[in-house]
Design a protein around this ligand. Sequence first.
Ligand code: DAH
Length: 353
Amino acid sequence: MSTELINRIDQIKAKLEAAAVATAEELETFRIKFIGSKNQIKDLYQELKSVPNDQKKDFGQKINALKQAAEEKFNGLKASLGGGDGKTGSNSAIDKSRPAEEIAFGSRHPLAMVRKEIIEIFGRIGFSVSEGPEIEDDWHNFSALNFPPEHPARDMQDTFFIQKAGEDEDRTKEMALRTHTSSVQVRVMEGEKPPIRTISPGRVYRNEAISARAHCFFHQVEGLYIDKDVSFADLKQTLLYFAQEMFGEKAQIRLRPSYFPFTEPSAEVDVSCTICNSKGCNVCKYTGWLEILGCGMVDPNVLESANIDPNEYSGFAFGMGIERIAQLKFRVSDLRMYSENDIRFLQQFKSTF
Ligand code: DAH
């Protein structure tokens, strides 16, 4: 009887030592065989009953040792499978020849691409980049830019006010979300001495109903050049250079007289329609021209507001909408698409930067 029991213990011990697992399933089989509620070692304890009393202790110790060896081996195997889930660890059944999961690459937002291109184009002719706050005071957004106190753009209809002055209070204390990046012009002029050659890209806000053609926030790039003897011809040539770099060397521009409080004279600039080659299409409304920006010679009042002597210096400024340039470049028909985060829209813009 005892010899038989010894043989059985030895057999189980040999099986235990030889056991190897490579997967979570095999580990589970091992567990059921040697550790689970109906395991083989447990049966041996039943056999103890028939062992002579003087040998019981000896056999009991042997079986206990076997039980412990089984548990240790199980823990070791489980650890080598990486916690027993069968997915990781050096011993797991990873198929190393399997092709990797495809990584979904993101794409640049079209507005970021156009913004970058504008910065590069002007960077090549010496324009630096400057930025200013989106929450702006009345002075930088309006007053220093020669907006008269009752100008309609200050109206609640157009501007998101954060802090509004009362009837008799000082208007210059008002705070608002900037309505244009022209505010950065003023900040640059206040902080730097001419010559100044800078562009200021950024987000602007207007209290407009959202539609395919208007949004309550959008992006602009402001340009400013101040030096001795800056002329309107310099402005025209700079804008022609920009249009040809952005829309191709065949692009032409035309300037129409316009009005802005901060420039005199002022103009609106059209670029020849790149969609129909100026033949006339529904995008250019059969005129052959597309409006892209506003510009002009910096008003002497604006220079004075920033303590720059208008008798010594002159300059030009311009402002364009990034959404508008992107719309013409990529033929985006609805402004809302820029901010809806529809992956089908965004995936169409592949870029290399
Ligand atoms: N700030 C103007 C706007 O938001 C754009 C603009 C027009 C900027 C003429 C300029 C400029 O610097 O000279 O509509």
